[in-house]
Design a protein around this ligand. Structure first.
Ligand code: UGA
Ligand code: MN
Length: 323
């Protein structure tokens, strides 16, 4: 009897040991997380966006792994596209200006750059530049008639109008997607915060501009959330005493005012902004941005004329170099 018990015990012993070992190994495994762990990939931010988090609102927005069993929050409305119209003309610093500007614009989510050359045809330099710019870009051209190329006359009228015409043509059939238009001259300096501010434009938004009008800054004066006047040192009689870099317009407003354009006839330098804004809005309607127009987020910088005193008249170098 005893020997039978013993033999049974020894027969079972290896199995008992195996079971104990398995249980032990299993308990040493880390417990599965109760809530899905968030993951962070710079290139997996929300629906279909292949851009780093920096470009969206806050860090990790939309970056949590979806839990299929839980009710989903309603999908976010699409981020309005910012259309930046940039007139540009050939000069020694052109590629440097465009490089600086592209380096800024490349960091802005959902931005479409409309680059309009002041020329009879698209140049090779700008075409090559656009191909390598690394952001969605439409490359247009429109020449300024010779008679308007004089100091004291407004600049870039035809180019901004070409950009407006392209925008209206592109959206002529479909219902307007949310969008915001901004005139981005190629020589100004833009903070990334500016694009966050303008993206929420409902009709026409305004903000201060630094280093303009003979002062450190110009700005719309705001009372109770409404624009009531202008802080400016130059032609305070302008209906909208604001630089081209100081406002943005919603795509909807551009489309519902199809005749609003920049005008040559009767327009003086510094009045282009007023002449245009008068066609689409009123002072009462303006939406102040940048903390009630108390922050400078864009600067009307101007690049010094480059010194080419020692540039040879004829090509002397052994290679041809694009500058
Ligand atoms: C100021 C305003 O900031 C401009 O928005 C306005 O167009 C200009 O005055 C004006 O007088 O019309 P400012 O710095 O004096 O600007 O002008 P620029 O920066 O020389 O020119 C504005 C834009 O037009 C730039 O993007 C420039 O590349 C472009 N431009 C200038 C041309 O396309 N063609 C030209 O012959 C000159
Ligand atoms: Mn300028």
């Amino acid at each position: 009897m005893k020997s039978v018990l013993f033999s049974r015990f020894f027969l079972l012993l290896p199995w008992i040991l195996i079971v104990i070992l398995m249980l032990d190994v299993d308990t040493r495994r880390p417990a599965p997380p109760l809530t899905p762990r968030p993951y962070f990939s710079p290139y997996a931010v929300g629906r279909g966006a292949a851009r780093p988090p920096l470009r969206r609102g806050g860090p990790g927005r939309g970056a949590e792994r979806r839990n299929e069993s839980r009710p989903q929050p309603p999908p976010e409305p699409p981020l309005p596209t910012i259309y930046a119209i940039t007139p540009t003309y050939s000069r020694p610093v052109q590629k440097a200006e465009l490089t600086r500007l592209a380096n800024t614009l490349r960091q802005v989510a959902r931005l479409h750059w409309i680059l309009v050359e002041d020329a009879a045809a698209r140049s090779e330099l700008v075409s090559r530049f656009v191909a390598r710019a690394g952001l969605p870009c439409t490359h247009l051209h429109a020449p300024t008639p010779r008679r308007y190329k004089r100091p004291g006359l407004p600049r870039a009228t035809e180019q901004r109008n070409a950009g407006l015409a392209w925008l209206r043509q592109r959206h002529r059939h479909q219902r307007a997607q949310p969008g915001v238009l901004f005139f981005a001259d190629d020589d100004n300096t833009y903070s990334l915060e500016l694009f966050q501010e303008m993206r929420t434009t409902r009709k026409v938004s305004v903000w201060p501009v630094g280093l303009v009008g003979g002062r450190r800054y110009e700005r719309p004066l705001v009372e109770n959330g409404k624009v009531v006047g202008w802080y400016t040192g130059w032609r305070a009689d302008r209906p909208f005493a604001i630089d081209m870099a100081g406002f943005a317009v919603s795509l909807q407003v551009i489309l519902s005012n199809p005749k609003a354009v920049f005008k040559r006839r009767g327009s003086q330098p510094g009045m282009q902004e007023s002449d245009f804004l008068k066609q689409i809005t009123t002072i009462e309607e303006l939406e102040p941005k940048a903390n009630n127009c108390t922050k400078v987020l864009v600067w009307h910088t101007r690049t010094e004329k480059v010194n080419l005193a020692n540039e040879p008249k004829y090509h002397l170098d052994t290679v041809k170099i694009e500058v």
